[in-house]
Design a protein around this ligand. Sequence first.
Ligand SMILES: [Zn+2]
Length: 90
Amino acid sequence: MIKQIPVLRVCISCRKTYDRKDLLKITKDHKQGIMLQKGMGRSAYICKSKKCYSDSKIKKKLQKALKTFLEPEFIEIFEKEITSYNNYPH
Ligand SMILES: [Zn+2]
């Protein structure tokens, strides 16, 4: 039997380690720009803790992690996404 090893990633806000599937992935895709949960390229992960995603410094942290400039609209989309994501039954 092959044991499934969880892929661990660090939340860019609280710096805690989580299973990748419990994190929201933000990727700077080579072709399509910033994407949530998909895309290929430099990625950052954030956990579902409200403290983290509603952090006033989160945009700066994301920009630093992704080495890119984020449009203000992105933060709105991001917040909506993570709020709905939190409502998913587990
Ligand atoms: Zn966190």
